[in-house]
Write a protein that binds this ligand. Structure first.
Ligand code: HPA
Length: 234
C-alpha cells in the first residue's frame, strides 16, 4: 500500500493504462480485461488488474491535471514497479486539420509548468514519448482506420483558460491538441526509466467549438484502449 493506492504488492502490473476518469478505468477493465479485479478504491480513484491476451495489465485512474497524475505515476513506478504507462484520455483540437473523434498520439508535450518544474529550475526539459510505444500505437491506430495525428500536444494547467493568446501561439507552432496530464507523465517516466505514451481522442475543438456527442464517447474511448493495449505488447 502507498499513501494513495491501496493495492497490495504484486497486485499492480508492469503495464498500466491511465485514464483520467476512474469510472472509465472500471469500464475499460470490465470491457477489455479478463478476470479484472478492483485493486484500488482509495479516494474513489479506482484501479483494476486483469489480463489481456495473457498479459497482466492494470488500468488505474489518475484524476484530472498534472498534480493528481503525478502522485499516481510516482507511486505506480517507484512503489509498485510499473514499467510501461500509457495515458488514455480526451483532448481539445488546436488545428483545423484535426477533427472530432480523431486520435492524437503525443510525441512531445509542451507546458507552462509541470509539478516537476521546481526540480528542473532553469532547465527547460522537453517531455517526450517512448519511441517504441509510439511506433506501435501509430501502427495499431492506422490498422483500425482511425484518423490519427502524431505530434506535439500542450498539457495545460487550467481547463477554464483565460489566455487566448497562448492557445494561439500553440496553434501557430503546430501543437495538435490540448489536455492536462501528459507532460508530467512523460517527465516522471523519464526520471525513473519507465516508458510512457499518451493516446488521446479529440472530444472538443478549440477552433470550431464542436464537441463529441455523448453517444460516441464510449466507442472512441474503446478504440483508444485497444490502441494502447496493442502498443504495450509486441
Ligand atoms: N482543454 C484542456 N483539456 C482538455 C480539453 C480542453 O479543451 N479537452 C479535453 N481535455
Amino acid at each position: 500500500m502507498t499513501i494513495h493506492i491501496g493495492a497490495q504488492p504484486g497486485e499492480i502490473a508492469e503495464t498500466v493504462l491511465i485514464p483520467g476518469d476512474p469510472l472509465r478505468a472500471k469500464w475499460a477493465a470490465e470491457t477489455f480485461l479478463q478476470n479484472a479485479e478492483c485493486v484500488n478504491e482509495t479516494r474513489g480513484m479506482l484501479g483494476f488488474t486483469g489480463s489481456w491476451k495473457g498479459h497482466k495489465v492494470t488500468i488505474q485512474g489518475s484524476g484530472m491535471g498534472m498534480p493528481s497524475l503525478s502522485i499516481y505515476a510516482n507511486e505506480l513506478i517507484r512503489d509498485y514497479g510499473a514499467k510501461t504507462l500509457i495515458r488514455i484520455g480526451s483532448c481539445g483540437a488546436m488545428q483545423e486539420s484535426v477533427g472530432i473523434r480523431d486520435v492524437v498520439i503525443a510525441m512531445t508535450a509542451s507546458s507552462l509548468s509541470t509539478p516537476s518544474r521546481g526540480f528542473f529550475k532553469e532547465l527547460q526539459f522537453a517531455p517526450c514519448a517512448d519511441y517504441g510505444l509510439l511506433e506501435r500505437a501509430v501502427a495499431a491506430a492506422r490498422a483500425k482506420a482511425v484518423t490519427t495525428h502524431v505530434g506535439g500536444i500542450y498539457s495545460a494547467d487550467v481547463f477554464y483558460d483565460e489566455r487566448p493568446d497562448l492557445n494561439e501561439q500553440m496553434t501557430r507552432h503546430g501543437i495538435l491538441a490540448v489536455e492536462m496530464e501528459a507532460a508530467e507523465l512523460y517527465t516522471v517516466a523519464a526520471r525513473f526509466g519507465a516508458r510512457a505514451l499518451a493516446v488521446l481522442t479529440v472530444s472538443d475543438h478549440l477552433l470550431t467549438h464542436e464537441s463529441l456527442p455523448s453517444e460516441d464517447r464510449e466507442r472512441s474511448f474503446g478504440e483508444m484502449v485497444e490502441i494502447a493495449l496493442e502498443a504495450a505488447f509486441d
